[in-house]
Design a protein around this ligand. Sequence first.
Ligand code: SF4
Length: 646
Amino acid sequence: MVQTPIEKKVSKVEKLKERSNFLREPLLSELQQDTTHFTEDATQILKFHGSYQQDNRDHRVSGQEKDYQMMLRTRSPGGFIPPELFLALDRLAEEYGNHTLRITTRQGFQIHGILKQNMKTVIKTILNNMGSTLSACGDVNRNIMSPPAPFKNKPEYQYAFKYANNIADLLNPQSGAYYEIWLDGEKAVSVEEAPEVKAARQSKGRGMIIENSPEPIYGEQFLPRKFKICVTVPGDNSVDVYTHDISLVVMTNKKGELQGFNVLAGGGLGRTHNKEETFARISDEIGYVDRADIYDLVKAIVATQRDYGDRTNRRHSRMKYLIHDWGVEKFKAKVESYFGKELKPYKKLPAWQYQDFLGWHEQGDGNWFFGIGVENGRVKDEGAFQLKTALREIVQQLNLPMRLSPNHNIILCEIAPEQKATVENILNNRGIITDPQAIEPLTRYSMACPALPTCGLAVTESERALPGITDRIRTLLNKLGMVDEHFVMRMTGCPNGCARPYMAELGFVGSAPEKYQIWLGGTPNQTQLAQPYEQKMSVDELETFFEPIFVFFKQGRKSKESFGSFCSRVGFAAIRNFAENYTLGSYMDMDTDTTTQPKFRKNQRRVSVPDHLFPRLKEIAEKEGRPMNQIIADALSDYFSKSKEA
Ligand code: SF4
C-alpha cells in the first residue's frame, strides 16, 4: 500500500479504493444484482470505469425513488473518434441513452441516461468498436488532450497526438479489472500499445514504481484525486494549456524532428464556494526534458502526487495544492529525486493563440478537415437542426474519423477533395451552419457544462441556460452600439469548473438557483486567470448588471483591447465605481445622439473604494436598504464633522 509520508486519517474514498481489489468490488457484485442503481461505495469505484451514477433531476418527486441512470464517458486521447466508434455511440444513444451525445471539454463523448441493467451491453459495444471508457473518470489520469487539428504537414501536431496517445496508454490502469467486468475477461479490440510504452512502463526510476503490484504506477489506492494532462505544440492554446496537472509542449528542431518537451505543472480549476482554501490555479513552467526522458518524467510527477498528494481531504488533494503548499522549487526537487536527474531550463515559446479550427482547412497531405461548431457540445436532432443525423449520414457514406475539440466542437478528418461537396450538402440539408463566420461569435467561443438535469453537483442551470443568456447579452451589446463585439463566455452549474469558466473573459459559475458568481478578466487566448467580481448575480438582473460594465468598456478600452484584458487592466474598483454612478439607459439614449460621454446623475462625483472594503460596503447597503454612495457620503460627513470638532 502507498502511504502518505505524514500518517493522517485518510478519507473514506481512500479506504474504498484500497478495499476494491484493484477496482473490482463492490461494483462487480452489485452489477449482478437486480437493482436500479449502485450503492454509494460502488459508484465511487464505477467512476474509474468511466461512469457516473446520476438521476434525472427534472423527474424528482418527493417520496419516490430517483430516476437513476448512468453517464458514460469515452477515453479518447486527442479527441480521436474512429468512424465505427461514432456509429456505435450514435446507435447506443438511441437504444439505451437519451438520444443525444455530449462532447466533453476534455475531448471525449458522453452518453447520458443509461440504465444500470444496460451498462454491460453499452460498455461492451464501445470496447468492440475501437473505444474505451477506462479511467475517463476517477482518481487516475483522465483523457489526455491535444490540439484537434490533424495537420499532416506539421510534424509537431503529429507528435502532440502521438504522445497524447502513448502517455494515455502508459498511465492506463493495468490490473485487468475493467476487461474482467465488462468483457468477461476477453481482450478488447483495440490498437496495440507502442513498444516504447511497454518499455517505459518497466522503467523503475527511484521509487517511481510499486514493485510486484498489479498497478505498478498507481498502487492500490490509485491517485489522491483526478489527474489531467495535455500535450500541445508551441503557440497552440486550443487545449487551455495552463489548466492541467501536467502540460507538455513538443519542441522540434528546424527540420521538424522532435527534440524534447517543455513541461508545465500544477494547473487545476475546481474549487468550492466560500472555502478559501480551495481555488483555481494556473500551472507553472517547471522545465524541459529531452525526448528520451519524457515517459520517466511523467511517471516521476505522477509518483510525486501519488506519494505526497493529500489523501485526507479530497478538497485539497489535487496536485495544484501540493505545488502551492510546497512551492515550485521543492516540488521540482522531489520530482527530480524520482526522475534521477535535473530538469533542464524551460525553453522560450511564441505567444499562445486560441484556435477553434472551424470551417475548411487543408490537412497537408491532399485531404481536408472541416470543423463544425457544436453549441454547448450537444450532438442532437431538434426540429430542423439535425446534427446527429447529419454526422451519421456523413460517417456512413464516407467512413470519416473525427476529432473532438477541447471547446466541444467536432472536426471531421481525412476528407478527400471530391468528398467536400457531399459533406457540405449533408450538413446544409440538416440545418447545420457550415460557414464559421455565420455563427454568432459569442456562441462560437462559448462553453457550458451539462449541469441540470443530469449532474448531481449542479446548483443551477448551465447548458440549458447559456443560449438564452447569450441572446440577451447580444441584444444588450447591440443596444449599446457594440454590434461587432464578442468575447469568451463560459458557464458552469457549480464551482467545479468543468467548462473552465475561470479562464474566460466572462465566466458564469452557478452559486445558487438562478444565480451566478461572475468572473471577469480572463483573456481571449486563455492565458490569465479571471477573478470573481460578483458573488450572486440573479439571472433576472442580467441587463442591469452588465450594462454599466459594457459601457465602461466601450468608453475606456484601448485600441483593440479585449473585454477581459480591459477588466483586468482597469481593475474591479474602477468598474464598480463606474457602475455605481451610472444611470441605466443613459448610454443608449446618448448613443442615438452619437454622444460619446456617459451621463451621470446630477451633482454626483466618482470616488473609488478599495477592493477589500467593497464586499463589506455592499453587505451593509443590502442590510440597511440604502445605496452604497449614500453610506459613503454619511460616513465621510461624520468623519468631516469629527475632524472639525478636533
Ligand atoms: Fe456538474 Fe459542476 Fe461539472 Fe457543471 S461544473 S458538469 S455542474 S460538476
